[in-house]
Design a protein around this ligand. Structure first.
Ligand code: VAH
Length: 316
């Protein structure tokens, strides 16, 4: 059985439903540190547990109760909120991961946990960032992502825990809003375009960041979890990307569908500094070679789908 932590978050809420579709509702246990409005679908479509990942016993109890053999660990604080609450970010992101890995070691579970482009910093090569390169991030979130990658590789090498992960770029989706990220502008812009026909970007013109549509992100997680371990040279964590764009690019794409859409800028220095420290584009050839990574959505097809699905959701 699979346990998903952070199951009510931007990735977790969709991944839980996708995993239940594939493996059966009762075989996927959703967990979150608290209940959340609007997540009835996840909470009611299969087993749901309240788990605070900083409490190892709670994780162990749920793993035992449901005979879990795979943990998808998504519970974390993201980059921008992590700069507001660095201590909490360390506690949740690092002690949470440590507890998951310790339970996995004791109960013989496999572990999937994502890293991020945030695991790179200002001294990392920005164009076609290599799979193996300098990783000196300047955010607490980035520190926890690099430390997390190293800890997961350690648990694989030292204890044989089957750990795997991907470095996610910004993720764009219409089901659940992201919580406190730097790439969130690329989600909010679609909502605002439909509601106000205008958006004020907190990231400045010309700021390139890797991005991906949620369906491709879910496929990446499932493909890597199911990949033949003999083919894996890397484990924590694979560069993956689907597109790289700046605010003016996504605004222009939206304008093709909503001609009167206008965007202006009110740059947030904190999130701009974070975005400036990240790569402009990733080299994801290792993921393509080792487990067949192959995204389906680009900016144009994502925009068509996002606007269509959000119109239904906002009943526009
Ligand atoms: C964030 N969406 O902005 C997350 C992610 C690469 C970005 O880590 O913090």
């Amino acid at each position: 059985k699979i346990l998903v932590t952070g199951a009510l978050g931007q990735i977790g809420s969709e991944l839980t439903m996708e995993l239940r579709k594939i493996y059966g509702n009762d075989n996927v246990v959703a967990s979150s540190r608290r209940m959340k409005e609007g997540q009835e679908k996840v909470i009611e479509s299969g087993p749901f547990e309240i788990v605070e990942v900083t409490n190892a016993e709670q994780i162990a109890d749920v793993v035992k109760k449901h005979e879990v053999n795979t943990i998808v660990h998504l519970a974390a604080l993201l980059s921008a909120v992590g700069e507001q609450k660095p201590n909490q970010a360390w506690d949740i992101n690092m002690n949470g991961l440590y507890n998951v890995l310790e339970v996995a070691r004791e109960k013989n579970c496999a572990v999937f946990t994502p890293s991020s482009i945030a695991a790179f910093g200002p001294s990392t090569p920005k164009d076609k960032t290599p799979q193996d390169t300098i990783q000196r991030p300047g955010t607490m979130y980035g520190v926890t992502k690099v430390a997390g990658e190293l800890l997961c590789d350690y648990y694989y090498k030292k204890f044989g825990v089957d750990t795997r992960g991907v470095r996610f770029p910004g993720l764009i989706s219409y089901e659940t809003l992201p919580g406190g990220g730097t790439t969130d502008y690329a989600v909010h812009i679609y909502y605002e375009a439909l509601k106000q026909k205008k958006y004020t970007s907190f990231i400045q013109e010309g700021t390139l960041m890797d991005m991906m549509y949620m369906p491709d992100a879910l496929n990446a997680i499932i493909s890597l979890m199911e990949a033949n371990p003999d083919k894996l040279i890397h484990r924590n964590a694979f560069n993956i990307t689907a597109m790289s764009f700046a605010p003016e690019d996504i605004a222009a794409e939206i304008k093709k569908h909503i001609p009167e859409f206008e965007m202006d800028y009110d740059v947030d220095p904190v999130r701009q500094a974070i975005a400036d420290s990240w790569p402009d584009s990733l080299d994801d050839s290792a993921a393509r070679k080792e487990w067949g990574w192959d995204p389906k959505y680009d900016l144009s097809s994502m925009t068509i789908d996002m606007l269509e699905k959000l119109k239904e959701k906002l009943n526009k």
